[in-house]
Design a protein around this ligand. Structure first.
Ligand SMILES: Nc1nc2c(ncn2[C@@H]2O[C@H](COP(=O)(O)OP(=O)(O)OP(=O)(O)O)[C@@H](O)[C@H]2O)c(=O)[nH]1
Ligand SMILES: [Mg+2]
Ligand SMILES: [Zn+2]
Length: 442
């Protein structure tokens, strides 16, 4: 068997604390069972160290001579997936008020990207770090891999602390909580039109699922820097939930059978959430208080199963706005129908401008590249489970729509791996400038 030499990046970005470090500064995680008690992490965690001895196979040897496999960040000591040493990371930050549908959206989008990227786009979408992705994988299984399609299931509310956050003690006794990243590798398959350049074109997609409370004013403190990924992100995804807006609620009540319309406590000022997010992006990025942010802003208007038929009758979001293009060579590329998505965006923006003008104004003021996308993670209304008082869904009724569109529209900007209908610039890839793509440098 031949050994494959991997191309390593010079710099690595930690997806936990967002520190950038040189590849040779990467720490290793000790493998010998006696080497426990890392000073920044818990007493059960193996110590992290900068190796001086290596096995011939390239693995570092710890103090007791055991071969190590896991890597860690030199600043926060949390795990670094090997994929991050080889491929650029793209952070997509997801923002929205509590209960707006972020966790359901992420689970549905991840599940559908796993199916649709290989079949339509000749790309693989795989866990870059299965341990990191445990929570999102469990949520996907909860919704999409149930044996009993009639049994009610639900995704728990995202907490402000706990399993979804990692605690690091930079100062003894003072834990700093970092949100758990979800990491996926996107890679052209062999029959992709640029499949021969898979190594250089692969990317790591990084997503966070914060609790909505993290985005309320005052929630970002030095010990809970939960949303500092905002400044590093390539794309800002703002989840807007019409069912939490008093004016949309008034126009839907009595016409739509979704129990969320009956729950009094569910109204939030989503313009305040968005404004707070944009202010943080500016603050962390050193921008002036009225400068547009450099990232594209996608407004993901959730729960379209409830409001879509009433507010956007005739707009079809049951079929996907993309298709495969097969070549005579047997190679494939998926093409996104940018025009169709943008036409829907214009319609949706006008609906939101009429009903929630202050929200639309903050959107317009925030970024020069804005897209509105209607999505439904569930495809039907959840049911109120009288026993627990929780909103639950029946797996049989789950039918997401357009959950992959916010991602694919953005992927199609990068060039080279996802095409756009009518545009041929992205293939075939040539030797020079590989991986530069047509990305706009955001
Ligand atoms: N009708 C409808 N309801 C949805 C949809 N997606 C989520 N919901 C409901 O919205 C509620 C909140 O969804 P979550 O995904 O937990 O919201 P979240 O934004 O993660 O909330 P936090 O974790 O509190 O920040 C749940 O009770 C879901 O049943 C959808 O596509 N359609
Ligand atoms: Mg959540
Ligand atoms: Zn780190």
């Amino acid at each position: 068997m031949s050994t494959v030499r991997r191309r390593l990046l010079h710099k690595v970005h930690c997806p936990h604390c967002w520190h950038t470090f040189r590849t040779e500064e990467t720490l290793w995680v000790a493998a010998h069972p006696e080497l426990r008690g890392d000073p920044l992490l818990s007493p059960d965690e193996p110590v992290r160290f900068l190796p001086s001895r290596f096995a011939v196979s390239g693995e570092a040897l710890d103090e007791h001579g055991s071969r190590c496999q896991r890597l860690a960040c030199p600043r926060c000591h949390l795990g670094i997936s090997p994929a991050l040493m080889e491929h650029a990371i793209r952070i997509f930050s997801l923002v929205g008020s509590p209960g707006s549908g972020k966790s359901y959206f992420l689970a549905a989008a991840a599940w559908q990207l796993r199916q649709k990227l290989p079949t339509t786009f000749a790309l693989t979408f795989a866990d870059a770090d299965p341990l990191c992705n445990r929570i999102i994988s469990e949520n996907e299984e909860r919704l999409f891999l149930q044996d009993d399609l009639e049994r009610l299931v639900y995704i728990e509310k995202t907490e402000l602390a706990g399993a979804q956050y990692d605690s690091v003690q930079f100062d003894p006794g003072e834990p700093t909580l970092f949100p758990h990243p979800f990491l996926f590798t996107i890679r052209p398959m062999r029959d992709h039109v640029n499949g021969h350049g898979a190594d250089v074109l692969s990317e790591v997609l990084c997503l966070y699922d914060n609790a909505g409370e993290h985005f309320l004013p005052g929630a970002d403190t030095p010990n809970a820097p939960g949303t500092q990924h905002l400044a590093r992100s390539k794309n800002l995804f703002m989840v807007f939930d019409p069912l939490q807006d008093v004016r949309f609620r008034a126009s839907l009540r009595g016409k739509v059978a979704d129990p969320q319309l009956g729950q009094a406590s569910r109204a939030f000022r989503q313009d305040v959430v968005l404004q707070e997010m944009v202010d943080r992006v500016r603050r962390y990025g050193g921008l002036s208080s009225d400068a547009p942010v450099r990232q594209p802003l996608t407004v993901i208007v959730t729960k379209s199963d409830a409001w879509g038929p009433l507010l956007m009758p005739g707009v079809d979001i049951s079929s996907d706005p993309y298709a495969t293009e097969a070549r005579a060579s047997g190679r494939r590329i998926g093409r996104v129908d940018k025009r169709r998505i943008e036409e829907v965006s214009v319609q949706l923006e006008s609906i939101i401008r009429d009903t929630a003008p202050e929200f639309a104004a903050v959107v317009r003021d925030s970024s020069e590249r804005v897209l509105y996308v209607p999505v439904s993670a569930i495809g039907s209304a959840p049911e109120l489970d009288s026993g627990s008082g929780l909103l639950k869904v029946r797996p049989r009724d789950i039918r997401p729509s357009w959950v992959t569109v916010p991602f694919l529209y953005e992927f199609s900007r990068w060039g080279k791996i996802v095409g756009r209908v009518g545009d041929r610039s992205e293939d075939p890839m040539r030797g020079e400038g590989i991986g530069e793509g047509t990305d706009d440098g955001a």
